[in-house]
Design a protein around this ligand. Structure first.
Ligand code: 0O2
Length: 221
């Protein structure tokens, strides 16, 4: 009956979404492990915070309509690679590449795409490192590989992106040129802040090291 098949569809859809949630959980655990272990070994935490999100069925639907994708789970799975998303906010730019390398070197993580909007910012000024990875999820009757989008950025990049999103989200009309320019300028201000903070961080680290060396010298005599 119709009701029966609707129930089946619903069950299938829930299972589909669950696999992404599991993929996200796996990825989140990996990041928490890196965070804790890094703190323990290096006495330093490169990750300020993380945020996970599952794309809602509504926005998946919007995207498949916009991109003209066939309406079946197989094509959706293949074409929409940001159903599971995780954002990692780091302290410094160098931390972004460190975290990205550490994740990319894990055996069960396959990188399928890497977009470096830090080296090549978007025209509006947006900066972040985006990875699309595939990660295995073990279900009761099968192993499924799901895509997860990982966005890695600094606190300054995150500040810029979230406010830009607030200001311009759903403003579909053409933005006046002076405002586009101003927005882009604010992105360079954020970059400058990142650059200066990292420089300070490095200078202080150098000082700490030389102090530690002096201490060692003093105590070896
Ligand atoms: P939400 O609400 O975060 O989910 P596509 O994913 O196919 O539409 P593309 O080019 O493959 O587009 O993806 P891209 O460029 O890697 O960026 C996808 C995500 O990056 C977006 O997801 C945003 O989260 C973020 N992003 C990209 N550009 C901008 C930008 O100019 N400003 C801000 N604030 N965020 C950006 P969603 O699905 O659009 O939104």
């Amino acid at each position: 009956s119709n009701i029966q098949s609707l129930k089946e569809i619903r069950k299938e859809l829930t299972r589909f979404m669950m696999s992404y949630k599991f993929g996200l959980d796996e990825m989140d655990t990996k990041i928490q492990i890196l965070k804790e272990e890094f703190q323990h070994i290096h006495d330093y935490n490169p990750i300020e915070h993380t945020k996970t999100r599952l794309k809602s069925p509504e926005s998946i639907f919007k995207k498949i309509t916009r991109k003209n994708i066939d309406f079946n789970l197989e094509s959706i799975e293949h074409a929409i690679r940001d159903i599971a998303g995780i954002r990692i906010v780091c302290s410094f730019i160098s931390d972004i590449y460190k975290i990205s390398d550490l994740l990319q070197n894990q055996k069960d993580v396959t990188v399928v795409e890497c977009k470096d909007y830090i080296k090549n910012p978007k025209p509006n000024g947006y900066q972040s490192l985006h990875l699309i990875v595939k990660i295995p999820v073990y279900l009761s009757d099968q192993m499924k590989e799901v895509y997860v989008e990982i966005q890695i950025r600094t606190v300054a990049m995150d500040f810029w992106a979230s406010l830009e999103h607030k200001i311009f989200y759903k403003y579909s009309k053409n933005v006046p040129e002076d405002l586009t320019k101003e927005l882009k300028f604010t992105a360079t201000v954020a970059s400058e802040l990142d650059y200066r903070m990292e420089k300070l961080h490095k200078e202080i680290n150098k000082l700490k090291e030389s102090e530690a060396n002096e201490f060692d010298l003093l105590h070896s005599e």
